[in-house]
Ligand binder design. Sequence first.
Ligand SMILES: Nc1ncnc2c1ncn2[C@@H]1O[C@H](COP(=O)(O)OP(=O)(O)OP(=O)(O)O)[C@@H](O)[C@H]1O
Ligand SMILES: [Mg+2]
Length: 326
Amino acid sequence: MHEKGVIYNNLSLGTITIGPHGQPMLHDFISATIAGGFATSIYQGILNPEFVAPERTERVDGGASPISDYYAFGVFLYWLLTGKLPFEADNLSQLIALHVAKPPIPPVAVDPTIPKGLSQIVEKLLEKEKSARYQSIEGILFDLEHHDDPGFQLASRDMDRKFRVSDKIYGREREIGLLKAALGGLQDGSGRLVTIAGYSGVGKSTLVAEFQKTLPPDACRLISGKFQQYKKDIPYFGIVEAFDRLFDMLLLSDQRVLDDFREAFANGIGDQGLILTSIFPKLALIVGEQAPVDKLVGEEAENRFNYVFLKLIRIVATRKRPLVLF
Ligand SMILES: Nc1ncnc2c1ncn2[C@@H]1O[C@H](COP(=O)(O)OP(=O)(O)OP(=O)(O)O)[C@@H](O)[C@H]1O
Ligand SMILES: [Mg+2]
């Protein structure tokens, strides 16, 4: 499959079955895509978040490649060996944060009877950085067959046949420190503005993504949007893009968090909800259709929007969990 450039994207306990003669079979190609080509999947979401490689989440740049399937295979082997999944959480955003940032407990630490070599193979498959994982199926197979050999060396036959640019990030410790300090400064309830400047491609988005990886899952809600050169005619384009992410996160969080938000929205925004849902259609999925509002034009309309928008920010940004808008 990988040789033909197809990424499976869907490896999980539910998509492998054992046929009548003992042969394993993969099925359900609903989210398969062509590597480096157009997204051809009819399903764009994440079907099995327990198996999702960091680069397949929106938190990390890079996108899926066959190596993302190796990560899912690592989760599968982890389960075969230990009877447990490497990461479990109550809600999706937390689970994704664990995949992105938390190193798994090595299988031998879960069960000391597991062969050390096998445990190392699984750890290598579960590396966060694509470039630190195996780069070829041949490398994985060789290690699985030889992990018991004396003097076994991990990934000794692992060779990448394609030239790839590593996604490792170099330097930027100082800049990440500055961002962390600014985030810490929010605890007094004030706001902060940090500017990150530089030519296109200098690494601004990469810096912010790297910063987020160093944070515990509940440290803040970080959302980002980009004002695109050719979308200047759409009002608030970058803001809408960023807040769509926020509403996605809310939709994926616990029922309790959702109920709290709905209540705070009803109390804080009252009958002005339509002003927000007409700019952020996704919000309507959370709070439902809103009643009509008085028609205003020009500066009055803008002032009213700013006023109601600030109220929305006050609901979602708390001292314990600030809102970071990039
Ligand atoms: N510190 C770094 N180490 C290694 N690679 C980096 C680093 N910073 C950026 N890159 C690489 O440079 C490329 C461009 O970075 P990025 O997309 O973050 O730029 P940007 O400043 O956000 O650009 P734009 O203004 O167009 O949004 C990415 O492929 C990224 O992986
Ligand atoms: Mg960018």
